[in-house]
Structure formats: structure tokens, C-alpha cells
Design a protein around this ligand. Structure first.
Ligand code: GLN
Length: 309
């Protein structure tokens, strides 16, 4: 690869000062903002290239929504999942409750805003006859799709999310009151807070991106983990809603399906080319990593990965 990743890290790291670490979840406010790491899974050469803080663990947060969506589809089928959650952009913040009421929605708008993700997780929780320990299965699946057996649940972050997650709680109770949610609210929320508190690295996210970019087949062992259909659908959803209200802007600037989390992670899937994981915890006001997006843009330009070009 003729791209100097170390140099790109050096150039983009100072941009973190334009952002702030998430503070609405107290445990995330403790994270050092001065970090930037990247890992790329090169599908052609089957190798991982890393630079900067690529092995630092951080909370996966909203990127877990990709994993639970894929797990829900694998367990329950596409049809069942999309009976309960839509595929539209919201035009509102990721944790907005307003849009559901204003638009008199019958289900949350997409699986990547908090309401839609809580709904998706509740479908996994409701399926408890087959799945008595929903989070244990989500964790197993996350370890497998990220090729990261050390991926773990951070108890401090989990309790911090649980203690302060009143907006998420209100979203879930709103959906329950409107009979959108079948499962019990509290176990669904607990599982959602647990999934958000899984600790990953940029490298784990590069592996997740690589499975999506490789049509659902794990490139490291050649086994299919998810259907081609669910990989394709998830990439299209990442392109249209993965960065919340910045999704349109970044589909123009970056042109690669990407999902963000307020832990500062980004996962991208450049079809048949690369899975990319990025980490830098300082966020813009929409909740996306500032230095991370700038670095991602340079990498995509440098490698010519924009799918629209
Ligand atoms: N746990 C976070 C929340 O529920 C996830 C949000 C995010 O990463 N955008 O608010």
C-alpha cells in the first residue's frame, strides 16, 4: 500500500482539538481525547495494516447497532426485523424522541438511531425461548465477527450508561406505551446498555468492516457468517444513516459505508477492498469522531475507495 498511515495520523491527530469527548455518559468523559488509531483489513492481500492507537480498547457504543442488527437478522430473518423497524433517515439527533411522535410513526425510523437499535435488541431479548442469555449470544457473535476473542463488556461503562440512560429509557417506554415493543422494557434496555459497553479496538472494527466488505464471508477463514443479503442491506443503511444527520454530507465526501459510535469509533466497509476501523474519541456536535472522519477521508482518497467514483 503506498499510503503513509503514520504520517496521516500525525497530520490528523491535532484536529481532535476541534471536538469533545462524549460527556453525557460519565465514564466516557474520562477518556483521553488525544488519541487516533487506524486499522485496515486488506481483502486482496488478506493482511491487516495498523497505525497509531489501533490496539487501544474503547467503548463500541453505536457501532454495536451494526452487530445486533446482523445478529437479529441471522436469528429472526430480514422480514421479521423490518416489520418492526424502518430504513429511513430521521433528520433528528440519534437519541431524539420527538420524531416518532411528530411523524406519528408505527415503528422507529431505522436500526441505527437509539430507538431503532433498542427495538432491534428487544427482538433478540423477546426471542428468549431460544435465547435465554441474549447478551451472552451478542457478545459471542461480536467476538466472532470482529475476530477478537478478547472483546469484553466493561462494567464501569455499562453501569454509567445504565445510571444515566434516561433518554434511552424514555424512548423504550414510549415505544412500549404505543405497543410497538413486545419485549419487556428493562431487560431490553439492560441488553442495549451492555452491547454499547463492549470494548473494541480499531483492529476489531477493521475485521467487522472486512466481513461486510467481503459479502458476509469472514476473510480470515473463508467461512460465511452472515447472508450476502444482510451484508448488502447493512452497508446501504450505513451509507444512508450510519453517521446520523451527517450521513448525506459524508456519503458525498467519503463515499464508503460507515458507522460511528460516541466512543470515538468508526467502521467502514469498502466493498471487495477493505474493512477499516478508526478510533479517536473527540466528537463533533452530531456525535461523530472529528479526527477519525478526517483521517478516513484521507485514506479513502489515497486508496481511491469512494464507491461512487
Ligand atoms: N450508548 C449510547 C446511547 O445510547 C450510544 C449512542 C451513540 O454511540 N451514538 O446514547
Amino acid at each position: 500500500m503506498n499510503l503513509d498511515l503514520n504520517n496521516l495520523i500525525k497530520e490528523n491527530l491535532p484536529k481532535q482539538t476541534q471536538g469533545k469527548v462524549a460527556s453525557y455518559i460519565p465514564a466516557l468523559a474520562e477518556v483521553n481525547p488525544n488519541q487516533l488509531g487506524v486499522a485496515l483489513y486488506d481483502l486482496k492481500n488478506k493482511e491487516i495494516i495498523q497505525a497509531g492507537d489501533s490496539d487501544v480498547r474503547f467503548a463500541i457504543e453505536s457501532i454495536s447497532k451494526v452487530i445486533t442488527l446482523l445478529w437479529a437478522i441471522k436469528k429472526l430473518g430480514m422480514q421479521e426485523v423490518f416489520t418492526h423497524v424502518g430504513s429511513r433517515q430521521t433528520g433528528f439527533a440519534f437519541n431524539s424522541i420527538l420524531n416518532m411522535e411528530i411523524n406519528k410513526l408505527k415503528h422507529p425510523m431505522n436500526p441505527f438511531v437509539n430507538a431503532g437499535a433498542i427495538m432491534t435488541t428487544s427482538l433478540i431479548v423477546e426471542d428468549k425461548k431460544r435465547d435465554p442469555e441474549p447478551f451472552a449470544e451478542i457478545l459471542d457473535f461480536a467476538q466472532e465477527i470482529c475476530n477478537d476473542p478478547d472483546l469484553y463488556l466493561d462494567d464501569v461503562i455499562y453501569h454509567s450508561e445504565r445510571r444515566t440512560g434516561n433518554l434511552d429509557r424514555s424512548l423504550a417506554y414510549y415505544m412500549k406505551s404505543k405497543n410497538m415493543m413486545i419485549a419487556e422494557v428493562e431487560p431490553s434496555l439492560d441488553t442495549y446498555f451492555e452491547q454499547c459497553s463492549m470494548m473494541v479496538t480499531a483492529k476489531s472494527l477493521a475485521n467487522l468492516g472486512a466481513v461486510l466488505a467481503n459479502d458476509g464471508i469472514k476473510p480470515w477463514d473463508g467461512e460465511r457468517l452472515i447472508s450476502s443479503e444482510s451484508a448488502t442491506y447493512t452497508k446501504s443503511l450505513m451509507m444512508t444513516t450510519g453517521l446520523y444527520n451527517q450521513s448525506g454530507t459524508y456519503s458525498r465526501l467519503i463515499g464508503v459505508p460507515t458507522k460511528s459510535g460516541v466512543g470515538g469509533g468508526l467502521v467502514s466497509a469498502a466493498p471487495h477492498e477493505y474493512g477499516i476501523g478508526v478510533f479517536s474519541p473527540a466528537l463533533d456536535k452530531e456525535g461523530n469522531s472529528v479526527a477519525g472522519l478526517a483521517l478516513l477521508q484521507d485514506i479513502v482518497d489515497g486508496l481511491g475507495l469512494d464507491i461512487f467514483k
